[in-house]
Design a binder for this molecule. Structure first.
Ligand code: NAP
Length: 305
């Protein structure tokens, strides 16, 4: 039997991956937060994927971190701020050369996991797929996209990419995954915080073009300084295109705040500001947006880390 895919976190992306892998016949195990969540899951019919309005439910076996089966391959699908503690709970089950796929947005959580698990292979992912939960154990596949996977330490692609192919998960092995993650972080920093501060859809930033341009210039300077010149190329142009193409959408950070959910700010704008400080780079506008956002979150009773 082929190596099971253990999936940590049955949220939007975890469910999106679990259901597609299960549909293709790959062995999948879902690792849930605790016994109460496991009981809730087991009381239902399984995991439901809603795609193009059609629902399909898959009986994916669930377990908690206390289960005993060794883990060879782990898809980490928690939010960036939950990753380290979630992994700590099951660390004893990881075989020495276990492979982890880290789906988190932003930067910072991946390096933290790599330091936490020096013997494991950590594969970083950057995805443009979009999904949201419309109920417990249900996910709506809202935006078809692509997932880039890569390992900054070892450029060789793993053989199990065949599983993703069989599951119909569009993907590509990337030898410059850090550049992709930095670029996505920069796009996020130029758009998402401002949509929260101005309480607008992405298209609303067309009324704040100067501010967007200034942030892009500072972000490009940061990327150059961090050894990521390719991620800086044409940044402002791409930000403008994204704002136009997604004018009617609310950014993920806007939606988190609107739903009183914790944001991943520390792994996005917070990470950018820390990197600037490490390089003694003065980026006043970026820093000011960070301060305004932290204040905004605090004023709305939300964590700012
Ligand atoms: P999500 O829907 O909030 O799912 C996170 C899941 O992690 C939740 O089900 C949560 O459990 C679970 N979890 C947290 N701590 C856990 C623990 N200790 N043990 C087991 N499970 C635990 O988040 P998401 O939207 O899938 O996002 C995951 C990551 O992917 C984020 O970094 C996000 O930025 C990135 N991403 C998401 C999308 C998207 O469209 N959703 C797209 C690209 C990138 P409970 O259900 O019990 O709370």
């Amino acid at each position: 039997m082929s190596t099971p895919w253990h999936i940590l976190g049955a949220g939007s992306l975890g469910t999106l991956w679990a259901t597609r892998l299960a549909r293709s016949g790959a062995p999948v195990r879902l690792i849930l937060r605790d016994a109460a969540r496991l009981a809730s899951y087991q009381a239902g019919a399984g995991l439901t994927l809603v795609e193009h309005g059609v629902e399909q439910t898959y009986r994916v076996p669930g377990e908690t971190a206390d289960s005993s089966e060794p883990i060879h391959r782990l898809l980490v699908a928690c939010k960036a701020y939950d990753v380290q503690s979630a992994i700590a709970q099951l660390q004893h089950r990881l075989v020495p050369n276990a492979e982890l796929v880290l789906l988190q947005n932003g930067l910072g959580s991946q390096d933290a996991v790599a330091a936490q698990l020096p013997q494991a292979r950590c594969i970083f992912a950057s995805s443009t797929e979009g999904a949201f939960r419309d109920g417990d154990w249900r996910v709506v596949f809202a935006g078809h996209g692509y997932t880039w996977l890569g390992d900054a330490a070892h450029p060789t692609a793993p053989l199990w990419l065949d599983d993703l192919h069989a599951a119909g998960i569009p993907h590509e092995w990337s030898t410059n995954i850090l550049t992709r993650l930095w670029r996505k972080l920069a796009l996020n920093c130029a758009i998402n915080p401002l949509t929260v501060l101005y309480q607008c859809r992405n298209g609303g930033l067309q009324d704040h073009q100067c501010e967007v341009a200034t942030l892009c210039a500072e972000l490009a300077e940061l990327l150059e300084c961090c050894g990521q010149p390719a991620a800086a190329e044409g940044l402002h142009g791409e930000v403008q295109r994204v704002i136009q193409a997604t004018a009617a959408n609310y950014s993920s950070m806007y939606q988190d705040v609107a739903n009183a959910r914790r944001t991943e700010i520390s792994y996005l704008l917070g990470y950018a500001c820390q990197a600037a400080a490490r390089h003694q780079l003065v980026l006043p506008h970026l820093q000011q947006v960070q301060t305004r956002l932290v204040d905004y979150l605090a004023a709305h009773g939300l964590a700012s880390n």
